[in-house]
Ligand binder design. Structure first.
Ligand code: UDP
Length: 250
């Protein structure tokens, strides 16, 4: 593995630090190396503590990126150097641009309320006219429709598949279904289709730059307060983990 690829441990979960994630993924795509991308944040880390299936899926993923401010702060304290946060939505956007520019790969959008993924696809086609969006599917459906979706994916063989079902549903779904398109890049994108379709808006850049994107989400979706208790829980666990020296570099 190149020296630009390093793996670190955040409370027992891997984080891969790579100089250029979109390029790395583009290479994997061109080599037909199936890849599961996980966008790790403090909330997901705390879910994985309670959900061993989720923890195993994250541990097996080929790429885990530092999506959240808490994870980035933890790594900075561990490594004593500046770490660049890589929000999953931004990596997805860069990857879409690279895919359009350099490949004729087919992409697929799965997840979100009815019409959201389709509207997100229309948005991207207006931005990147040569992008090949092979299909879209909403994230709310019957078991029969889901079986139909599986068959569609098998037949179409898209090479980049965005799955926006929320955590942990999307990670578990990818792990269970990635064999359908074994050479594809699969990314769990949370609510990214909501943003691309204009259903929701992202935090202003200055909040993101100051590690405060979570505050904006709380303002937009106050019902999230209970889920956000994971943030102080993560901070507390991180301190304990460091004191007991279990957070050593793997
Ligand atoms: N969602 C879905 N099917 C479901 C539950 C959720 O497609 O059964 C979608 C929902 O519409 C939203 C996304 O999953 O677009 C979850 O977004 P959120 O921002 O909550 O993701 P997270 O914070 O978990 O990454």
């Amino acid at each position: 593995m190149s020296k630009h690829y390093q793996v670190f441990s955040v409370l027992g979960l891997p984080i891969h630090l790579i100089t250029n994630y979109p390029n790395w993924l583009l290479e994997r795509l061109q080599q037909g190396k199936g890849t599961h991308v996980v966008t790790l944040n403090a909330e997901m880390t705390m879910q994985a503590e309670r959900n061993t299936s989720l923890a195993k899926v994250i541990q097996a993923a080929e790429l885990v990126i530092p999506d959240g401010a808490g994870v980035v702060l933890y790594l900075q304290l561990l490594l004593r150097q500046k770490i660049q946060r890589c929000p999953g939505i931004e990596l997805s956007e860069k990857l879409l641009r690279e895919v359009e520019r350099h490949t004729d790969a087919k992409v697929f959008f799965y997840g979100g309320a009815p019409k959201v993924a389709a509207t997100a696809a229309e948005f991207w086609l207006s931005q990147l006219p040569k992008l090949r969006i092979a299909g879209t599917h909403s994230g709310y459906h019957s078991p029969e429709e889901e079986e139909q979706l599986r068959q569609t994916l098998s037949q179409l063989q898209p090479q980049v598949i965005f799955v926006g079902l929320g955590v942990p549903r999307q990670e578990l779904w990818i792990a269970q279904n990635r064999h359908l398109c074994p050479q594809a890049i699969w990314i769990g994108v949370g609510g990214s289709f909501d943003i691309w379709s204009g259903t929701k808006s992202r935090a202003p850049a200055w909040l993101g730059d100051n590690n405060l994107e979570w505050l904006y989400r709380l303002y937009q979706e106050p019902w999230r307060w209970r889920r956000m208790l994971a943030l102080p829980e993560f901070a507390w666990k991180a301190v304990v983990y460091r004191l007991t020296a279990r957070g050593a570099i793997s």
